[in-house]
Design a protein around this ligand. Structure first.
Ligand code: SAM
Length: 249
């Protein structure tokens, strides 16, 4: 199996938000759910910085971004600087699991596709909730599967490092962790198709640009397998959700 960091850098070269999520949909959710004006936002696994950038520009948020990839954090720095927004963010290049923010210091925490940093959805809720101010919200992007799955696709899902829950299980885990669900938004098929297509095109073009490179060829073969999985199964059985959670009183 190839190096996951190398895979990320090639496959996500063309994305802005690195998930099946349009920035305007995230902003709309944040506008409704984040209680404060001029909110302080923590963005875990912030990638290229586009989720934070959308909240900084549209909600006047101050965003602390944490990502382990120096390549991505450099691009996030450049994005904020290019728009004269550098003072609206602090960008930390480090393992987010080792970042321990002060208690009750954020109005919102973004964990968009990054719960595995903590070991999974339940562990992410437990790790992040102390940093929320009273009434603050966790905005989590998490996949769910629609059961029952065809046998071939179930084997594929079972082999993923990510333990993917059903929608019902996701809700139960959130409630058991002391949260109430404010909002749940499923990614649209357009968001999914764009998210997947950007990956495939980036990987296939990389292979073309590096014809003698065996890893580039291996990536391309893998992407072709993923296209088949996506069209035959994933489109029908896998959802990606953005959920807004607030601690129960
Ligand atoms: C699927 S991308 C999501 C990026 C961003 N949340 C977004 O929606 O655009 C996952 C990100 O998590 C980062 N990441 C993975 N493991 C990490 C860790 N242990 N600590 C910090 N960042 C990590 C990767 O570098 C990558 O930028």
């Amino acid at each position: 199996m190839f190096d996951p960091v190398a895979y990320f850098h090639i496959a996500y070269a063309r994305h802005a938000i690195m998930n099946p999520l349009r920035a305007d949909r995230l902003v709309a959710i944040a506008r409704r759910c984040i209680p404060a004006t001029l909110p302080r936002v923590l963005d875990i696994g912030s990638g290229l910085g586009h989720a934070s950038f959308a909240l900084a520009t549209e909600l006047d948020a101050y965003c602390v971004q944490v990502d382990s990839s120096p390549r991505w954090t450099a691009r996030a720095e450049a994005l904020f600087a290019r728009h004269g927004m550098a003072r609206r963010t602090l960008i930390l290049t480090m393992d987010a699991a080792s970042y321990h923010p002060p208690e009750a210091s954020f109005d919102a925490i973004l964990c968009l596709g990054t719960a595995p940093i903590y070991g999974g959805f339940a562990d992410a809720l437990a790790a992040l909730s102390p940093a929320l101010r009273p009434g603050g919200v966790l905005i989590v992007g998490e996949p769910t599967i629609d059961l029952p799955l065809p046998r071939r696709y179930k084997t594929y899902i079972d082999n993923q490092e990510w333990a993917i829950l059903s929608g019902g299980e996701l809700l139960t885990v959130a409630e058991n962790a002391g949260f109430e669900l404010l909002e749940c938004h499923r990614s649209t098929s357009e968001e999914w198709d764009e998210y997947m297509s950007l990956q495939w095109a980036a990987i296939l073009d990389h292979a073309r640009a590096h014809p003698g490179n065996s890893e580039a060829r291996e990536f391309a073969e893998w992407a072709k397998d993923e296209q088949e999985v996506y069209l035959a199964y994933q489109r029908h059985y896998l959802d990606w959700n953005v959920i807004a959670l607030r601690e129960k009183r």
